[in-house]
Write a protein that binds this ligand. Structure first.
Ligand SMILES: [Zn+2]
Length: 319
């Protein structure tokens, strides 16, 4: 009989709880929307989703939670979460109070997704692996020597905030200029398209309301050969490639998996970045990192959180 743990993927507007077996397969899933960020309301909402899954699995005794922000997996405290406007919220302790029979573990959502993709997706068979999620921002995680890196203050893997255009880039949400996230997330692609829009007066991409422009429309326009879309895409691919080459220089991974909305471009994206990354890879032997599209999609966070629970937390070896 399969042995389940629960993985919870907590986002700013949505929570997914799922029972996951030891092969990384989801059995039961429950989802709730979140429209109030007060810690007690978020805990109540998580509990609604958790109760729905627990009702189907009486034998479960461990829950893992992936949440946005800087989270110390050892204490289970959300030290800082801009998405929720939280500082020092003891989320694991609040859930342990409510579920005394459960072991509760918590870590950053991108680290959880990395663990999931490493254990059951494109990381299988590797020892050195990186997941980058290209969405509204860039989330990341690093596996080195078969272990997910946590870092001194749980910050390892925050590659979204290394600068790739420090002098002429976009201002990042963190306050710096030209962060990888500002240049190469889905939002970054939109910013590239808007920044050069004046050079394409006949472009239909930004006709009307610029705030309605989405990264998918730009990608599709680029794929169809639209000059504005292509110019934005090329700038985007340049910046993404700088960041990828930097990650290779730091981590020398066997595989970098790209997830999130923009990675839906698949081969169109991989064909754009691979030659650029090769050119920027100098001291680390070239051509030894496979850049691929992540496999687990939106479920990576919940599967990884359940995996963390199965392993008894992130402070233990993953392999
Ligand atoms: Zn930044």
């Amino acid at each position: 009989m399969a042995n389940y743990t629960i993985g919870v993927d907590l986002g700013g507007s949505h929570v997914l709880a799922a029972s996951v077996d030891e092969s990384g397969v989801i059995h039961t899933r429950a989802e709730r929307d979140i429209d109030d960020h007060a810690p007690s309301v978020v805990v109540d909402t998580i509990a609604l989703a958790l109760d729905e899954v627990l009702a189907k699995h009486e034998s479960i005794s461990a829950v893992g939670i992936g949440a946005p922000g800087n989270i110390d997996p050892a204490t289970g405290v959300v030290e800082y979460s801009p998405n929720f406007n939280w500082r020092s919220v003891p989320l694991a302790a609040k859930l342990r109070e409510r579920y005394p029979s459960q072991q509760v573990f918590i870590a950053n959502d991108a680290r959880c997704a990395t663990l999931g993709e490493y254990a059951f997706g494109t990381g299988v068979g590797t020892q050195n692996f990186v997941l980058l999620t290209l969405g509204t921002g860039i989330g990341g995680g690093i596996v080195a020597g078969g272990r997910l890196l946590i870092g001194n203050t749980a910050g390892a893997g925050e590659v979204g905030h290394h600068q790739v255009r420090a002098t002429d880039g976009f201002i990042c949400n963190c306050g710096k200029t030209g962060c990888f996230e500002a240049q190469a997330s889905g939002t970054g692609l939109i910013r590239h398209a808007l920044a050069i829009a004046h050079s394409f007066p006949r472009s239909t991409l930004v006709s009307g309301k610029p705030e309605k422009l989405g990264s998918k429309a730009i990608r599709k326009a680029a794929e169809a050969g639209d000059p504005h879309g292509l110019a934005a895409w090329n700038r985007y691919a340049d910046d993404l490639s700088v960041g990828l080459a930097n990650v290779i220089a730091f981590v020398n991974p066997e595989v970098i998996a790209l997830g999130g909305g923009v990675a839906g471009a698949g081969a169109f994206m991989l064909d754009a970045v691979k030659p650029r990354v090769e050119e920027l890879t100098t001291m680390v032997p070239r051509g030894r990192t496979s850049i691929v599209t992540a496999k687990l999609g939106n479920d990576a966070g919940a599967i990884g959180a359940a995996t963390m629970a199965r392993q008894g937390g992130l402070h233990n070896p993953t392999a």
